[in-house]
Write a protein that binds this ligand. Structure first.
Ligand code: SF4
Length: 386
């Protein structure tokens, strides 16, 4: 899904601005640095759209242009594989819809207008299937850093709302299904709600929160949504929350396991998010000339490097050192790099016999985590290194 670059309230940030309505106005002046990941995602989306449009016999000139601009830099074997997976899933869904409703509709890259509910907001839905009273909005995500669930996902609900507004005059739509396809981490998430539930959320939550966020007069509310906030490094509310979490246990002098579980561990992700941004922000400030009293910028450690590899090797050979002594043995690239080269399935087919996955080291996770709990005292784990 794609949204307009300049809208203050982007649907992709809705989880943040619904919870912290102060964030968008605070973030508005912070420069948006386009990332390599964003360009890679744009290319993958262009392939997805091209493959589905070609199947439907629609023109693909726009996609071909985008692909030509980005292909040399970002195309990989795995991108072909993952965009094929997306195409297959969408077409399976479309065929299932057609089996129920003969004139089921598949729409690719549909421009949607959310501005009646979220000021200035527009977006493009990757795929929409309309059939038999149900409309399905499908979102392809190429990122693999964060697993995104469709369940109660505000971005998906906003797209569902936009699609409903666009098509409800022509088609009978009672239910809206939202689907996220994130093939790089095998995440396929679906969630469905009735149109009346969607409208109740729109009137009760979305519209009032969007208005407050647009005006910028709501409170700063820290939480897990701070992770991608552009002002997380210097947000006073987040800073206070993190400092208070550390300060709030003066008595007894040592914290108990119960306090650790109930008060400290739930704050871990938020504190890490905050700390990760603070050091970088402070350095950027100092480098731009801001005085931070008691602190200075110094030269960091650096590692010596050989400027002429061939020249150095020749000199070592001449000095009597053998080639096998001075060169590292040849080494295979990492599994991630090789999968990128070949595609995940292809890599498994070629190298599956040579791969093993060792036991992971024990990790703390909240009770809600899907992985089963392990017994840390069991023999299986006594040799795992920390
Ligand atoms: S860091 Fe968190 S609390 Fe602060 S403005 Fe951003 S979302 Fe709100």
């Amino acid at each position: 899904m794609g949204a307009t670059a300049h809208a203050l309230l982007s649907p992709s940030a809705a989880h943040r601005w619904i919870n912290c309505t102060a964030a968008p106005r605070l973030e508005a002046d912070v420069e948006d640095k386009g990332s390599e990941f964003a360009a890679e995602g744009t290319l993958a989306h262009a392939y997805c759209a091209q493959k589905l449009k070609a199947f439907l016999g629609l023109p693909t000139d726009g996609e071909a242009k985008e692909i030509a601009e980005l292909n040399d830099r970002y195309h990989t074997g795995e991108m072909d594989e993952y965009t094929d997976t997306y195409k297959t899933i969408v077409l399976e869904k479309f065929n299932a819809a057609r089996a129920k409703t003969k004139d089921a509709l598949l729409l690719i890259e549909t421009r949607l207008d959310f501005s009646e509910y979220v000021p200035d907001a527009f977006g493009t839905a990757d795929a929409i299937i309309i059939a038999d009273g149900t409309m399905e909005v499908i979102d392809f995500k190429y990122g693999k850093g964060v697993k995104v669930s469709a369940v109660d996902n505000p971005q998906m609900k906003i797209y569902g709302l936009g699609a409903y507004e666009k098509f409800s005059f022509e088609y009978k739509i009672d239910r809206v299904r939202m689907t996220i396809i994130q093939p790089r981490i095998e995440n396929f998430s679906e969630w469905e709600l009735s149109v009346s539930e969607l409208m109740a959320w729109t009137d009760g939550v979305l519209t009032p929160k969007a208005q407050q966020a647009y005006k910028g007069d709501g409170p700063q509310v820290p939480g897990d949504w701070c992770q991608f906030c552009k002002v997380k490094s210097n947000c006073r509310a987040l800073t206070q929350k993190c400092i208070e979490a550390a300060k709030n246990h003066p008595d007894p002098k040592l914290i108990s396991p119960d306090e650790l579980a109930a008060d400290i561990l739930p704050m871990l992700a938020t504190v890490k998010t905050w700390l990760a941004g603070v050091e970088d922000y402070a350095l950027q400030q100092a480098l731009s000339g801001v005085q931070l009293h008691g602190w200075k910028v110094v030269e960091g450690r650096s590692v010596r490097k050989i400027t002429d590899q061939d020249g150095a090797a020749l000199a070592l050979n001449k000095a009597g050192y053998k080639t096998t002594e001075i060169y590292k043995p040849q080494e295979l690239r990492t599994i991630t790099d090789l999968e990128k080269l070949t595609g995940k399935k292809q890599f498994a087919a070629i190298c599956g016999d040579y791969i093993e996955k060792p036991q992971g080291k024990p990790t703390l996770a909240p009770e809600s985590d899907k992985r089963p709990a392990i017994d840390p005292l069991a023999d299986d784990f006594k040799d795992v290194k920390f």
